[in-house]
Design a protein around this ligand. Structure first.
Ligand SMILES: Cc1cc2nc3c(=O)[nH]c(=O)nc-3n(C[C@H](O)[C@H](O)[C@H](O)COP(=O)(O)O)c2cc1C
Ligand code: SF4
Ligand code: SF4
Length: 257
């Protein structure tokens, strides 16, 4: 079994690693950004795919990865983990249906509430303690899910008809345009930017570049929020106007398991 993931601020990567460690005591996993991901997927039948829900949908980059490599999925057995800040309805289902179209069998699904990666919207920010609790609860949920997978009764969260309806009515009908294409909404405050280049290195879409000592954004953003959460001087915003408080999974995980 291998893990495949996409992750902006680390939640989906962490969840997958924890799942695989619990399942088989090791975690062979690849980001869709890794060069090796495709050839590893080709070799494996059993896959766990973890990703962050955006508006009850797939980030554009994840959708494109699946669609561009549509021949990879035939005959694969795929368990899906969808991480989210609050609600997705059918976070696993939206990926599951796409993979099924290309011949995969979806073996189960797990929804995990995790810290919200949107750090430039005040209303979404939780305290450090609340976020730590979310992660601790997610650990318990993953352990339980792994137990059930092992006993042949995998969770099927987000995969049924009612979940599909909830995702559709709760979000996709109103927000589908948000993930239909890549975004041009990244803003960089040239007064604040110190030209360190960190965001440029981190961006999975190569959407950022340095020009005359300042970062500038193009229009191919998959809204992962990695750059926004990592900029040392809070110069980057995306959906909101000001960075409220940055955070990544490393801030919330406990030292011991
Ligand atoms: C553009 C965007 C849209 C999001 N939409 C949702 C959503 O519809 N429902 C939800 O519960 N969380 C939503 N979130 C929160 C993320 O899914 C959540 O924080 C996720 O765990 C981030 O995972 P990552 O660290 O692996 O990127 C959204 C985040 C972003 C950046
Ligand atoms: S991480 Fe921030 S300071 Fe560094 S180049 Fe990017 S925008 Fe500028
Ligand atoms: S510009 Fe920032 S938010 Fe957009 S894809 Fe790149 S790292 Fe992610």
């Amino acid at each position: 079994m291998i893990g495949i993931y996409f992750s902006g601020t680390g939640n989906s990567r962490w969840a997958l690693e924890f799942f695989l460690q619990e399942y088989e005591g090791r975690s062979r996993m690849y980001s869709i950004e890794d060069e090796d991901a495709l050839k590893e997927i080709e070799k494996q039948k059993e896959i766990v795919f973890s990703y962050p829900v955006q508006y009850s949908n797939l980030p554009k980059m994840v959708r494109d990865f699946i669609v561009c490599h549509k021949n990879l999925w035939k005959g694969k057995h795929i368990f899906i983990i969808a991480t989210m800040g609050m609600f997705s309805g059918d976070g696993t289902g939206v990926m599951g249906r796409l993979l099924e179209k290309y011949g995969a069998k979806i073996t189960g699904g797990l929804h995990l509430r995790m810290p919200d990666s949107i750090c430039d919207e005040k209303a979404l920010k939780k305290s450090l303690e609340e976020n730590k609790k979310l992660v601790a609860d997610a650990e318990k949920k993953i352990k339980n899910a792994v137990k059930n997978v092992k006993s042949g009764n995998p969770p099927k969260e987000g995969l049924g008809f009612w979940s599909h309806l909830a995702g559709l009515l709760g979000q996709r009908l109103w927000f589908s345009r948000m993930t239909a294409g890549y975004s041009d909404k990244v803003k960089i405050d040239g007064q604040k930017c110190i030209g360190c280049g960190k965001c440029v290195k981190l961006c999975p879409m190569n959407n950022l570049e340095l020009q005359d000592g300042n970062a500038v954004a193009k229009n191919q953003c998959t809204m992962c929020y990695r750059c926004v959460n990592h900029c040392p001087v809070q110069a980057i915003t995306l959906l909101g106007k000001n960075v409220v408080k940055q955070g990544t999974i490393e801030d919330y995980i406990k030292g011991d398991r």
